[in-house]
Design a protein around this ligand. Sequence first.
Ligand code: ASP
Length: 357
Amino acid sequence: MAYRTSKITTLSSKNNRATSVLMIYTGGTLGMVYDSKNKSLVPFNFDEILTNVPELHRLEFELTILTLEKPIDSSNMNPKNWVEIAKIVYDNFEEFDAFVILHGTDTMAYTASALSFLLENLSKPVILTGAQLPIGIARTDARENLITALEIASAKINGRPIIPEVAIYFNSYLLRGNRAKKKESSQFNAFRSENYPNLAEVGVTIDYNFPFIRAYRTDLPLQLHENLNHNVVILKLFPGIKQNLIHNIFNTSELKGVVLETYGAGNAPSEGWFLEELKEAIDEGIVIFNVSQCDGGRVLQGTYQTSRKLLEIGVVSGSDITTEAAITKMMFLLGKEDSYERVKFNLETDICGEMSV
Ligand code: ASP
């Protein structure tokens, strides 16, 4: 991934003991301008950031900005980009105390989830943020999101980072990255974490929710994973779904995993043909991960007769995981493990705070 870096002169520039933050600009609305020729929003030259947020000069920490050569709308994000972003964090891990990633909101929850798996034993903050309105617009939410994300990333207690994990900061809330979901495309409150408490709430003060912030070990080095297998699919059930559709999806060449979005507490049709299709796929070595269409609550396979059969044929329960975390976890495990049993076992295991087990 081609990029360039530039150092911002801040209040702390002369104090070499100051906290250092690397801000990675990937694209998204935050840094977009209206292109009258194309009649749409397109990424702008991020070097203009200082014109739009002169407050950056007043920061009490060192700030380095890394800008991707080609910033993207996050709808164009893909697993290759996730690995590249994780590698940027990994390569700069010793040099910086914290990382802030500016990212489009559309797929931010997927990227945050993927990074949480790719960066094993993370012990420093990796905070993603973005905006609903471009930074050049007077009423923009970008300025507050950006400045607060930087402040949270640089926050320490007794020399240790307060948030040693991948998180999303947006509109007054700090959420665990692999628990967040984009919920809103018009209002400013774009993200929510339905099944895990907020890590911090921001008003006049920043109130951290300490018991829910991930603990970390200083004796384990950061490990970068670079293999994601995206021969996977998200299949959302709906009343009336047809057998040939399911059959064709399950028989897609090279398919290795299916995130099955079921109803309520993990329920699915109990019709014979449906269960047969699932069973055949499992026998072929395709792993099926049961995730609920409900944002709140969890999958409990076996509570209803309509989910007991799923349990019996070997569908894996996703508990309270989000679809975004489920699909990226599946890519990660399929890229890492070589046996079906290991993938299945680890899908059911909480790896980095993504699900309650
Ligand atoms: N389409 C934009 C993106 O995700 C939307 C945003 O940034 O809010 O990149």
